[in-house]
Design a protein around this ligand. Structure first.
Ligand SMILES: *Cc1c(COP(=O)(O)O)cnc(C)c1O
Length: 426
């Protein structure tokens, strides 16, 4: 057993966890505490000086959260991870470690609506400037590069569904420019797609969605692939310059291939504060134990429902990369051959009005602003998640007026189809 590399299902249950040394508890204990007693004064000093790893204060780390971090790092094939309070906090701390005021990053236009807002508006007050590119036109990433560009950010399977991004091609562009590629892998999860194997340097998650998987906890994760060399690179001073907070330590030199994860913890999480509660870490860990089963089932059911909708007379189009003939079908077969995920969009012939009406008639589907639950969910993005965007931005983000988004859960697909049929007939 010792030299065997465990498979994905095994890692989903065991990575990062051991029976509790104090009690023998087999499920991961919830260390619901703010702080941890030091062995002695020297121990305290070495923890604060980053000379030893250990627990200080739950805002910058907690043993329950640490199991989650190790587990997701193992599932993604990274070197280390940081668990934080939400997916948005994961994005924020990632950029905080990379960008200085006046810097730029390139982001795919096909993103979660909240990320588009975060990048367009909130980040402006830090002097971080987003430059948008189109994942369907790879040259737009090349054209967006300037000497100020410090990173590229894309989603693998892009929200609100139906877009597969060519991660290997975008990674090649990032490598030529010598900047890290950040992949938001929320919609795919590492069960369907492991972006580090295709050149991602940093992977982030909204654990709120499929990792947790039960619609009960907000959380986020940053995974360090350990692939980017920060040493001596003046463009990334948090990683390459002596840090006054830690007696002149250079994080990139001291921590090598997990320096990025350390920087997001000891500079980002410590100072900016979006800690994950140990209780939420426990719920997300419990969700991850069934991630492989759930992701396979929701992908299989989404394909069944998508096929049904594609032949429905009220439906103008269905965008699901699992469907043969879909424009992203060949990319889906290459990057996520086990399935294309739970989330997809379709268009109603009746446009905006028909979209609003459909969500009000559905009974089994819940009308709400989330994805990745055991329950099937529906939303009309143009009137909800994407309503802050201009009409042009809505269409660019795949959220035009006629678009309805489904997140398929674990119910019987025949019941989901029956619900959609009665709502479309109404
Ligand atoms: C939900 C979501 C986020 C934001 O995550 P929160 O946990 O809600 O902060 C980021 N990216 C994607 C793809 C998402 O679906």
């Amino acid at each position: 057993m010792a030299d065997r590399v465990p498979g994905f299902n095994t890692l989903a249950i065991h990575a990062g966890a051991q029976p509790d040394p104090a009690t023998g508890a087999r499920a991961t204990p919830i260390y619901q505490t703010t702080s941890f007693v030091f062995d002695d004064v020297d121990h305290a000093a070495s923890l604060f000086g980053l000379q030893a790893f250990g627990n200080i204060y739950t805002r910058i780390g907690n043993p329950t959260c640490a199991v989650l971090e190790e587990r997701v790092a193992a599932l993604e094939g990274g070197t280390a991870a940081l668990a934080v309070a939400s997916g948005h906090a994961a994005e924020f701390l990632t950029f905080h470690a990379l960008l200085q005021p006046g810097d730029e990053f390139i982001a795919s236009k096909k993103l979660y609506g909240g990320s588009i807002n975060q990048f367009n508006h909130s980040y402006k007050s830090f002097g971080w400037n987003v430059v948008w590119a189109d994942p369907d036109d790879l040259s737009s990433f090349e054209k967006a590069l300037t000497p100020k560009t410090k990173a590229i950010f894309v989603e693998s399977i892009a929200n609100p569904g139906g877009v597969i991004v060519d991660i290997a091609a975008i990674s090649a562009i990032a490598k030529r420019a010598n900047i890290p590629l950040i992949v938001d892998n929320t919609m795919a999860t590492p069960y369907l797609w492991r972006p580090i194997e295709h050149g991602a340097d940093i992977v982030i998650h909204s654990a709120t969605k499929f990792l947790g998987g039960h619609g009960n906890s907000i959380g986020g994760i940053i995974v360090d692939a350990g692939t980017f060399n920060w040493v001596g690179d003046e463009r990334y001073p948090l990683l390459s310059k002596p840090r006054p907070e830690y007696g002149g330590m250079v994080l990139g030199e001291t921590f090598g291939n997990f320096a990025f994860a350390i920087a997001t913890r000891v500079l980002g999480l410590r100072d900016l504060g979006p800690a994950l509660s140990p209780f939420n870490a426990f719920l997300i860990l419990t969700g991850i134990e069934t991630l492989p089963l759930r992701m396979q089932r929701v992908s299989d059911s989404a394909l069944v429902v998508a096929k049904h909708l594609a032949s429905h007379p009220a439906v103008a189009w269905v965008s699901y990369p699992g469907l043969e003939g879909d424009r992203y079908h060949s990319l889906a077969k290459r990057y996520c051959p086990k399935g294309a995920g739970a989330v997809f969009t379709f268009g109603l012939k009746g446009g905006y009005e028909a979209g609003v009406k459909l969500v009000s008639k559905l009974q089994l589907f819940s009308h709400l602003a989330n994805i990745g639950d055991t329950r099937s969910l529906v939303i009309h993005p143009a009137s909800t998640t994407h309503r802050q965007l201009t009409d042009e931005q809505k269409v660019a983000a795949g959220a035009g007026p006629d678009v309805v988004r489904l997140s398929i859960g674990l119910e019987d697909p025949a019941d989901l189809i029956a619900d959609l049929d009665q709502a479309l007939a109404a």
